[in-house]
Design a binder for this molecule. Structure first.
Ligand SMILES: Cc1ncc(COP(=O)(O)O)c(C=O)c1O
Length: 433
């Protein structure tokens, strides 16, 4: 029985419908409702392999097609159809887009972005003489000024972990006008939150590991583009580098995708409520979440996103003692990106799991999101006895901090112009992921 899905066409269906319906096998009586998991390294051939024919499972694999079909439909919406390519991880997808840049070329990228991507960019700079122009992605003038003579703009919006929001139509339009290829890492927003191709991106990138797969059981990545030539180049990179996904992982990702709309809606509601409560908390110096009316990214996110995502940036107040006990009193007020556990599929920084949804809130208001309180008998991040604002416990805040040795190593490397892991801009940010 073939697992090949119906070809994807421009879809006017709502994304919530697309996630449950796209990538299914053709509807024939007695047929499968789900794609199966074809386990093959090689396909039968009549002789000379013709273009588009399956032959060897590293080059193309029908196990990938249903998920690729669904993701392309989601990212392209009702517009011109495009093509999705699944990769072995989000990092493999990032490596594929960096490989588009020629030796000696120039990449414009956010000063704060997913840390491993930044480390890889640093290695490419050192090995291939590529110039990196780090910009504040929320500063449109700075981004546009950096585009002259560049080869690639890698945008992330909202960024991991600082939650900065780029003016996507403006920066992507400027990149296009200058002939600079643009990529948007859409991991944090998901195609339900924004569709960067509609704003002019050439490529959309995902760590499928996070929201799309959504169950903390696979590591996968993906790229989506409407440019057939670009797609062929990226596909060739995937084949030659062997950055390919296993059939079962992709099947799991598609199964996870089926519930994306429900998960993302609830995760966003929880995050907005958590951000609102943290913003009022005496032990918190700063909260970044675009849902907050005073957040620098609020207006932009309202204009270009559907929702605000479910990752929150938090800087504890110095007086909170958070991190001080662990770090001998020297490390204070560092930022951490937090997310309700499992909403992004995997959280590098656990803010402690919110109670099961529907749990009564501290103020007894109930409502859709009630993350404050006791959870599974363990003291959660915001748990505290009695009324009044709950105290932040070191239990939560100690976890995002890296062991001191690793921190120092990263700081040293950063100061020497090398790795920026955990030490971007000297602030010691800790990203989710
Ligand atoms: C925004 C973002 N992009 C890319 C990646 C890399 O994805 P993966 O872990 O699937 O390789 C991550 C991982 O956390 C991420 O958060």
């Amino acid at each position: 029985m073939s697992t090949t899905p119906e070809p994807h066409e421009a879809s006017e269906l709502s994304p919530a419908t697309v996630v449950v319906s796209a990538g299914r096998p053709a509807r024939v009586q007695g047929g499968h409702i789900n794609p199966s998991v074809p386990m093959n390294s090689t396909y039968v051939s009549q002789g000379v392999v013709t273009s588009g024919e399956l032959s060897y499972a590293r080059g193309d694999n029908d196990a990938w097609h249903p998920f690729e079909e669904a993701l392309a439909t989601l990212e392209c919406g009702g517009g011109e159809p495009g093509e999705a390519l699944v990769f072995s991880s989000g990092m493999a997808a990032i490596a594929a887009v960096f490989a588009l840049v020629p030796d000696g070329g120039t990449i414009v990228l956010p000063r704060h972005a997913y840390q491993a991507g930044m480390v890889l960019a640093g290695q490419i700079r050192d090995r291939h003489g590529v110039t990196l122009r780090h910009v504040d992605i929320a500063d449109t003038d700075a981004v546009v000024a950096a585009l002259d003579g560049a080869d690639l703009l890698l945008a992330e919006s909202p960024t991991n972990p600082m939650l900065e929001v780029a003016d996507l139509p403006a920066v992507l339009g400027a990149a296009r006008a200058r002939g600079v290829r643009s990529v948007v890492d859409n991991t944090f927003a998901t195609p339900l939150g924004q569709r960067p191709l509609e704003h002019g991106a050439d490529i959309v990138l995902h760590s499928v590991t996070k929201y799309l797969a959504g169950h903390s059981d696979v590591v996968l990545g993906a790229l989506v583009t409407r440019d057939a030539e670009l797609s062929a180049t990226l596909r060739e990179h995937r084949t030659l580098h062997g950055a390919i996904a296993g059939p079962f992982e992709v099947w799991l990702a598609l199964r996870g995708l089926r519930t994306l709309a429900l998960r993302f809606e609830r995760a966003q509601a929880n995050a907005a409520e958590l951000a609102r409560r943290l913003a009022d908390h005496p032990d918190v110096a700063e909260v970044r979440h675009p849902s907050l009316p005073g957040d620098p990214g609020h207006e932009r996110a309202t204009a270009q996103m559907n929702g605000f995502g479910a990752i929150i940036g938090v800087r504890p107040a110095e007086r909170s003692g958070v991190g001080r006990r662990r770090a001998g009193g020297r490390r204070r007020g560092r930022r951490a990106a937090v997310a309700p556990r499992d909403v992004a599929g995997r959280c590098g920084v656990h803010a402690g799991a919110p109670p099961p949804l529907g749990h009564r809130s501290r103020d007894g208001a109930g409502g859709p999101a009630a993350p404050v309180g006791r959870h599974r008998g363990r003291r959660g991040p915001l748990a505290g006895p009695g009324p009044g604002p709950p105290r932040l416990t070191p239990w939560l805040w100690a976890r995002p901090l890296r062991p001191r040795v690793r921190y120092r190593r990263n700081r040293r490397a950063h100061n020497q112009g090398g790795s920026v892991e955990g030490a971007q801009e000297g602030l010691g940010h800790r990203a989710v992921g």
